[in-house]
Design a protein around this ligand. Sequence first.
Ligand SMILES: C[S@@+](CC[C@H](N)C(=O)[O-])C[C@H]1O[C@@H](n2cnc3c(N)ncnc32)[C@H](O)[C@@H]1O
Length: 219
Amino acid sequence: MKRKIITTADGSQTLEVEELEETYHSRHGARQESEHVFIQMGLVPALVEKKELTILEVGFGTGLNAILSWKTAKQAGAKIHYIGLEAFPVTFDEVAPLGYAEGGEEAAFFQKLHEASWEEEVVIDEHFSITKHEVKLEDATLEQGVVDVVYYDAFGPRAQPEMWRLPLFEQLFEATNEGGIFVTYCAKGQVRRDLASAGYDMERIEGPPGKRHMLRGRK
Ligand SMILES: C[S@@+](CC[C@H](N)C(=O)[O-])C[C@H]1O[C@@H](n2cnc3c(N)ncnc32)[C@H](O)[C@@H]1O
């Protein structure tokens, strides 16, 4: 996949996959989207109930959601076990210029995140450990009932319709804890209905700047 760096409306950068005409984050604002959809609507409500959490991210990509999650966990005095699934990993050299790490400590974290070995748990600090799996979601074996927050950050249904199907949502529902949260930037009616069929109690909530809605589910 050929990727290039683009600047989004909030001034933050992301990657664009030229052949899919898809970006890794919203063109309306990469950082704002991650902060709203995954952190404010997913992680923050989960932290109200628990200070030690397992997050499963589908589409680990640049690691933007991961670094924002670590910063949030540090501020909350919490501990996150992060599981990142990624079918087509990017290298640290590709993502370092995106500017997601501000300052020395963040830069060190971001580098460790990307250089962490795959297929094993790597403890980065007292707030964060990560297990990255180089696998397609459809081929992944997920432990049942352990995930507190699912970050569903696949490419959109236009570019990757196969990622927005009921069997995958059922697989994720099985992996989710009772009370666990599922968040995605996508607000499509069919996706909402399929997530509800998989078992989640779904709500359509306010989206990030530039997008009216997003979806959130609870098990
Ligand atoms: C919208 S981007 C994700 C952005 C990422 N969360 C970030 O913050 O950079 C979608 C990601 O899903 C990955 N992906 C594509 N097909 C996949 C599959 N079948 N299973 C898991 N990941 C996949 C892509 O390589 C890409 O990294």
